[in-house]
Ligand binder design. Structure first.
Ligand SMILES: [Fe+2]
Ligand SMILES: [Fe+2]
Length: 430
């Protein structure tokens, strides 16, 4: 009878174990789909920490990465921290011990372990009881971070949990390493494009910073129009590269002090098709393949009278319709060889007048919804920024449309006074 009971409880236990593995496996499968759908590293890590927390039935999960330069560990994703980041010396705490020894650390009572660093609990108002830390290693065997779970929901972390966490940590380490390489490549791609844009603008001292400001204004408009992060990234590249073709424009024409004659004007117009030609010969991944068209269509007009292709209305990529506003706004608010920056009220009325002919009404509506302070910050990138707290407090929350109304109604208040004061500085120094 005893033997039968033993066998029965053994079977029961095995059955429970099997059910537990089934639960874990189905969770892992469910999360694998989410991981492959996620694109950016923080998003991927968020999915992995959620997965780990659920699979191991822990209360919290954190990923700490090693900052080699500073010899610190920093939280990349951590439950309970939101967007806050915690940093601490690489060798402190249990996570630090896992990095230093390269070994798994499983502690059943954190506050009774002298290696435990209670500072994070103090900062987050949390109480750590049980903790399991696994060092994450890259393909070269270097520890790149620590995977940590806190407070097992029903008791303490067992060896089985450690095994599972090691498995998940290996998966995470591979993904993190690839993603970091990708981020590095993206960074160098971005800095290359920035340098290229700066080099083009530098051909004429008066257009210094033009491409970067056009990019910033265009981003503000796109954000107002609800663009996703990916769409904004594409718009940024297109905006930074929009005048790339100016490298083909003769210096005498580019820097001519005074108005251009017809021949010179048509020569300068060729910069759009040159932009397109150069970019079409550049390799862009699939999601960026429209950049050559987007970048080169910033002088198209919605009524079809623009150049280089006389595109009309929605035939012009929306990104280019946004850039057209940003481009003209920056040109009018900057000094040119034949004139100084135009008064803001006049700039606004030109933009309004040309809406429907030159500019897209929907994009223009988004432009006039922009916050005056956000626009001023971009405008003054070239000068000392109007950074005083009192000015920012006054201008924040006022839209360009509201400013235009004040101009039209002849209002003379603090806002108008501050704008005039800063803008005149641009006119004086520009
Ligand atoms: Fe242009
Ligand atoms: Fe431009």
């Amino acid at each position: 009878m005893d033997k039968l009971n033993d066998t029965l409880s053994e079977l029961k236990e095995q059955n429970q174990n099997l059910l537990e593995w089934k639960r874990k496996l189905s969770l892992i499968l469910e999360y694998s789909g989410k991981i492959s759908a996620a694109t950016d590293l923080s998003e991927i890590l968020k999915v992995i920490t959620d997965e780990t927390k659920d699979v191991l039935q822990a209360d919290r999960c954190s990923v700490f990465l090693v900052d080699k330069k500073k010899d610190e560990l920093f939280s990349w994703v951590a439950h309970g921290l939101g967007k806050r980041q915690i940093r601490f010396p690489k060798s402190t705490g249990l996570a630090g011990a896992a990095v230093v020894t390269g070994e798994t650390i499983n502690v059943k009572d954190a506050y009774n372990d002298e290696r435990f660093n209670p500072e994070i609990d103090q900062k987050t108002g949390y109480f750590t009881k049980t903790i399991l830390c696994i060092p994450m290693k890259n393909r070269q065997g270097e520890t790149i971070g620590v995977f940590q779970v806190l407070n097992k929901l029903d008791g303490v972390f067992a060896e089985q949990d450690a095994e599972m966490l090691r498995l998940l940590a290996t998966q995470a380490a591979g993904i993190i390493e690839n993603a970091m390489l990708y981020e590095e490549m993206k960074k160098s791609f971005k800095s290359f494009i920035n340098t290229l844009a700066e080099a083009v603008d530098a051909r004429d001292p008066l257009t210094a910073g033009h491409s970067s400001r056009v990019c910033s204004y265009a981003v503000l408009i796109a954000q107002k129009m609800g663009y996703s992060e990916k769409e904004i990234e594409r718009l940024q590249y297109a905006a930074l590269l929009h005048d790339l073709g100016k490298i083909g424009v003769k210096e005498g024409v580019l820097t001519k002090p005074g108005r251009l004659d017809e021949k010179e004007y048509s020569h300068i117009q060729t910069h759009t098709s040159v932009t397109r030609k150069i970019l079409e010969q550049t390799y862009f991944k699939k999601e960026f393949k429209d950049i050559p068209l987007m970048a080169s269509s910033h002088h198209e007009k919605v009524d079809g009278t623009g150049y280089p292709q006389n595109l009309k209305g929605e035939k012009i990529p929306e990104v280019s319709r946004i850039m057209a506003i940003a481009d003209v706004f920056d040109a009018l608010t900057s000094k040119r060889h034949y004139r100084g920056p135009m008064p803001l009220q006049k700039v606004f009325s030109i933009l309004k007048e040309e809406t429907g002919r030159k500019f897209d009404p929907v994009c223009m509506e988004a432009f006039f919804k922009l916050d005056l302070w956000d626009v001023m910050k971009v405008m003054f990138e070239r000068e000392e920024k109007p950074s005083s707290e009192t000015v920012s407090a006054k201008l924040k929350g006022v839209t360009l449309q509201e400013l235009l109304r004040k101009f039209q109604d002849g209002v003379k208040d603090d806002i108008i006074e501050n704008v005039a004061q800063y803008y005149s500085r641009l006119i004086d120094e520009g």
